[in-house]
Design a protein around this ligand. Structure first.
Ligand SMILES: *[C@@H]1O[C@H](CO)[C@@H](O)[C@H](O)[C@H]1NC(C)=O
Ligand SMILES: *[C@@H]1O[C@H](CO)[C@@H](O)[C@H](O)[C@H]1NC(C)=O
Ligand SMILES: *[C@@H]1O[C@H](CO)[C@@H](O)[C@H](O)[C@H]1NC(C)=O
Ligand SMILES: *[C@@H]1O[C@H](CO)[C@@H](O)[C@H](O)[C@H]1NC(C)=O
Ligand SMILES: *[C@@H]1O[C@H](CO)[C@@H](O)[C@H](O)[C@H]1NC(C)=O
Ligand SMILES: *[C@@H]1O[C@H](CO)[C@@H](O)[C@H](O)[C@H]1NC(C)=O
Ligand SMILES: *[C@@H]1O[C@H](CO)[C@@H](O)[C@H](O)[C@H]1NC(C)=O
Ligand SMILES: *[C@@H]1O[C@H](CO)[C@@H](O)[C@H](O)[C@H]1NC(C)=O
Ligand SMILES: *[C@@H]1O[C@H](CO)[C@@H](O)[C@H](O)[C@H]1NC(C)=O
Ligand SMILES: *[C@@H]1O[C@H](CO)[C@@H](O)[C@H](O)[C@H]1NC(C)=O
Ligand SMILES: *[C@@H]1O[C@H](CO)[C@@H](O)[C@H](O)[C@H]1NC(C)=O
Ligand SMILES: *[C@@H]1O[C@H](CO)[C@@H](O)[C@H](O)[C@H]1NC(C)=O
Length: 729
């Protein structure tokens, strides 16, 4: 054992004999020296204050004394030198001056080292806190017993494997206590690997009230060849697509045992000698792995190493999930107050946990989240709860005294039984009730347009407006209190997406009001809140949402059509209700023989002219022919057929039928020509749409049994339109 020292003594002796100046590095890789349990292949030789110094790791440096060195005797004094390990003197050796024999105080330079610390032969060390024990036997052979890297040392004596991974809000605190934060809204592998072969635990992240903060939304246990188990908000457990009823505890068909208590749901799967237990309460997931201690389990996923690049564990899916948003900061958040609150995790109320579980990642995650996202939906207690639960799972120590200090009540079932749709999440209303709020990305277009719903849909015979249930919920508006002008017309909520639709149509006008301005016939209704006279106060926002559909009056440019191009069709697309207006001529009363370019029309032959619309609803409007007249092309000659909706009284050949009664009407007359004039004649008609909801549209032509014209009807107020047909003589 002393041989290396003899070598060194020779070196030092040499140094003593000659004068060595400066310093040098000696390569001893051919003959490495094991110095107190650590092997070296280089020597750094130098003189310090007339004294030869040999160090192993670097040149001797007074200001960095934690070195392994041999300090030689000062020149020309007694030949005693010292060995230093980590800067501390370990042994002294002396050369007998008479016979050059090395004498020391019984020590030698054999030893063991562990984690940089040197242990002399025959020593033991232990740290019960970590179940660590070390022996350096007389032959300087090191023996160590300690727990595996993921083991926990229980009762200072036994190692048990029970690492815990906590995923709460955007934070992932892995089995080793390292923190990472998920920024996007993708799915991530939380746990996989051969130790848990056949099982992959996946966490799905989604946004809630802000687009730039993600939350763990649901957890899935993917099982090779078997149906997945999904744990969702509200204590919902699904096997594949089927929601399961859990009565206390249930073993699902794929061997996953699911149990439910007032705090959340736990799914347990045993794989060989290991067991994975996944707890989820809708906000926080805690994954516990138990099994034989000692080994370094082969694990993957964020729980095994949260510091891995997040993209390594991101699962392929919706591409949009990676898009990052940047919402304006919430000015109501006082980060100082939140930091103070989060620092309660470092308070003495948690002392018994601190000895075993470092609160730092929980504190960091808490501050990081609560300085960006409002402390609602129990978020301020969520991180404290997660730490306390980690503590009770790992060291079986239930700490509860922190609750009163932090103002957090015992965990309650949150959102139990509330089923929100995909674009919603379960949240607490200002009034403290539970409801489904809109996720921020879904709500963004509505909120930036300050609207509660989609644009009005005007269909052939109905108008409808759809409001977004979760936006109403957020505004504290109970949709059942909303109705149209007619209070019996209420909104219908879709069971799945929670959209609330209000509609009216011709058979159920729901108090729709009709107004007309120059070119539009407008049907308006209003969504308002129930106005019960017994309620002198209200706790919800005033609601007054007007919505309307309109017809454009047939305000066409005068167009001249050759009869050969008949029929004359005009399409109206400017209004939200879309329709066409047609004018056709026939030579028979049944309207089968159309007049076209090949038709011969005789003078005094009876002609039927049909005016009809397509696409209108006869419950809402009627077509009224105000007047029809014939002119020569120059417009200098004019002959009236219909005036004020009635047949020209002195021409008995003219007959008007169905005017103002429906969506079409017709008239007949006997063909004529202007005396002393040849060439084309034009037939012009002036028409308008009349709202039938609450009035009569048939013109009063004096003769019984025609219905009386309603007093409220004013043709003149409603912009007329003209349709013109040209006849070639
Ligand atoms: C060398 O000298 C020391 C005392 O000076 C003595 O104890 C030792 O026995 C001697 N060794 C030999 C080998 O003579
Ligand atoms: C579950 O539902 C999804 C989407 O609705 C569907 O694509 C899938 O096929 C369903 N799976 C089963 C097993 O029914
Ligand atoms: C978000 O917006 C703020 C202020 O407008 C800006 O300082 C910050 O750099 C933006 N962050 C990202 C990721 O775009
Ligand atoms: C935050 O709260 C602390 C005390 O609760 C107060 O002193 C401080 O002014 C507040 N900061 C802001 C920005 O409101
Ligand atoms: C917790 O408190 C201790 C002292 O009480 C302090 O040294 C430590 O830095 C604190 N940790 C955190 C994360 O604030
Ligand atoms: C935890 O402690 C309680 C009593 O404090 C005991 O009844 C229970 O068995 C312990 N659980 C475990 C897993 O050690
Ligand atoms: C607001 O509404 C208009 C039309 O009403 C629409 O074009 C626009 O996209 C909406 N804004 C957003 C942010 O979606
Ligand atoms: C909404 O109002 C109806 C009747 O006014 C009431 O029965 C119902 O409980 C209310 N819903 C909520 C969530 O307040
Ligand atoms: C509402 O107010 C009226 C008049 O102030 C009062 O007579 C009535 O009792 C009040 N109704 C309720 C339910 O308080
Ligand atoms: C259409 O013709 C009528 C009568 O001939 C005329 O009063 C009206 O101004 C014309 N309209 C247009 C848009 O040309
Ligand atoms: C009007 O109706 C026609 C035929 O039904 C259709 O082709 C056209 O797209 C519609 N226009 C609008 C604006 O809906
Ligand atoms: C509609 O008709 C009803 C009953 O006939 C009547 O009470 C109401 O005043 C009418 N409304 C309008 C706007 O004419």
């Amino acid at each position: 054992m002393l041989r290396p020292l003899l070598f060194l003594s020779a070196l030092i002796g040499l140094a003593g004999a000659e004068t060595v100046n400066g310093s040098s590095v000696v390569d001893i890789s051919n003959c490495p020296i094991t110095f107190y349990g650590k092997q070296y292949e280089e020597l750094y030789v130098s003189f310090e204050s007339q004294q030869l110094v040999v160090c192993f790791d670097d040149y001797y440096n007074v200001s960095q004394p934690a070195q392994d060195c041999i300090l030689g005797p000062p020149v020309d004094t007694e030949r005693t030198f010292k060995t230093l390990v980590n800067g501390s003197t370990i042994d002294t050796f002396t050369f007998s001056s008479g016979n050059d024999t090395l004498i020391n105080d019984g020590g030698d330079i054999s030893a063991c080292r562990h984690s940089g610390v040197m242990y002399k032969p025959g020593t033991n060390a232990s740290d019960p806190e970590t179940c660590f024990s070390l022996t350096c036997n007389d032959s300087a052979v090191l023996g160590i017993t300690q727990c595996g890297p993921l083991d926990y040392c229980q009762d200072n004596t036994i190692c048990i494997l029970n690492p815990i991974c906590t995923v709460t809000g955007p934070a992932v605190i892995d089995f080793y206590g390292d923190l990472n934060t998920v920024q996007d809204r993708c799915a991530y592998t939380l746990l996989s690997g051969s130790t848990v072969s056949g099982l992959t635990v996946v966490g799905y992240f989604r946004e809630r009230r802000r687009r730039d903060v993600s939350f763990l939304d649901s957890v899935t246990l993917q099982l090779d060849g078997e149906e997945d188990v999904h744990l969702e908000q509200g204590g919902i457990v699904k096997l594949g697509n089927t929601t399961q009823t859990i009565n206390g505890s249930t073993v699902l068909s794929n061997g996953v045992e699911v149990s439910e208590d007032q705090t959340g749901v736990t799914a347990v799967k045993t794989i060989g000698s290991n067991t994975v237990s996944v707890f989820f309460d809708g906000n926080t997931a805690q994954i516990l792995l138990t099994g034989p201690p000692g080994e370094d389990p082969n694990l993957g996923g964020l729980c095994a190493d949260s510091s891995t690049s997040l993209s390594d564990e991101r699962l392929p899916g919706d591409n949009d999930c990676e898009v990052l948003y940047n919402d304006t900061a919430d000015s109501s958040i006082n980060c100082t107050t939140m930091t103070e609150h989060c620092n309660l995790l470092n308070d003495t109320v948690f002392t018994s946990c601190h000895n075993h579980i470092d609160p730092t990642p929980y504190i960091d995650a808490c501050i990081d989240t609560l300085c960006k996202y409002p402390a609602v939906d129990g978020l301020d207690c969520q991180f404290l709860d997660a730490y306390a639960r980690h503590c009770s799972l790992q060291i079986n120590d239930t700490v509860d005294s922190w609750r009163s200090k932090a103002g957090c009540s015992s965990p309650q079932p949150f959102c139990q039984g509330t089923i929100c749709s995909d674009h919603e999440f379960c949240a607490e209303t200002i009034g403290g009730e539970i409801g489904c709020f809109c996720r921020a990305i879904f709500a963004f277009p509505y909120k930036s347009n300050d609207t509660l719903g989609d644009p009005t849909v005007c269909e052939e015979n109905s108008a409808s407006l759809t409001l977004v249930g979760c936006l109403l919920e957020e505004r504290g508006i109970n949709y059942t209190t909303l109705h149209l002008n007619d209070p019996t017309c209420t909104g219908q909520m879709d069971e799945v997406d929670h959209m609330v639709t209000f509609s009216f149509n011709s058979s159920d006008p729901c108090g729709t009001e009709v107004t007309s301005n120059n070119s539009l016939l407008i049907y308006t209704n209003t969504i308002t809140a129930l106005n019960s006279s017994s309620d002198n106060i209200t706790r919800q926002d005033r609601v007054d949402i007007d919505f309307s559909c309109y017809y454009t009056q047939p305000d066409v440019n005068n167009m001249t059509f050759r009869i050969k191009d008949s029929p004359v069709i005009e399409q109206f697309t400017s209004g939200t209700w879309n329709y066409t207006l047609t004018m056709k001529a026939y030579t028979d009363a049944r309207h089968t023989e159309g007049v076209d370019s090949n038709s011969e029309v005789q003078l005094n032959q009876k002609i039927w002219v049909v005016l009809e619309t397509d696409g209108l609803d006869d419950g809402l409007v009627a077509l009224v022919t105000d007047s029809c007249w014939v002119t020569n092309q120059a417009g200098t000659l004019r002959y009236n057929l219909i005036k004020d909706g009635c047949a020209k009284s002195d021409d008995e050949t003219v007959d008007v039928e169905g005017n103002g009664e429906g969506l079409s009407n017709y008239f007949s007359f006997n063909m004529f020509q202007f005396t002393r004039s040849s060439g084309d004649v034009d037939l012009h008609c002036k028409l308008h749409l009349c709202a039938t909801l609450n009035q009569t549209c048939t013109p009063d032509c004096g003769g019984a049994p025609r219905r009386r014209r309603s007093a409220t009807l004013k043709y003149e107020d409603e912009a007329p339109a003209f349709i013109t047909m040209t006849w070639t003589n």
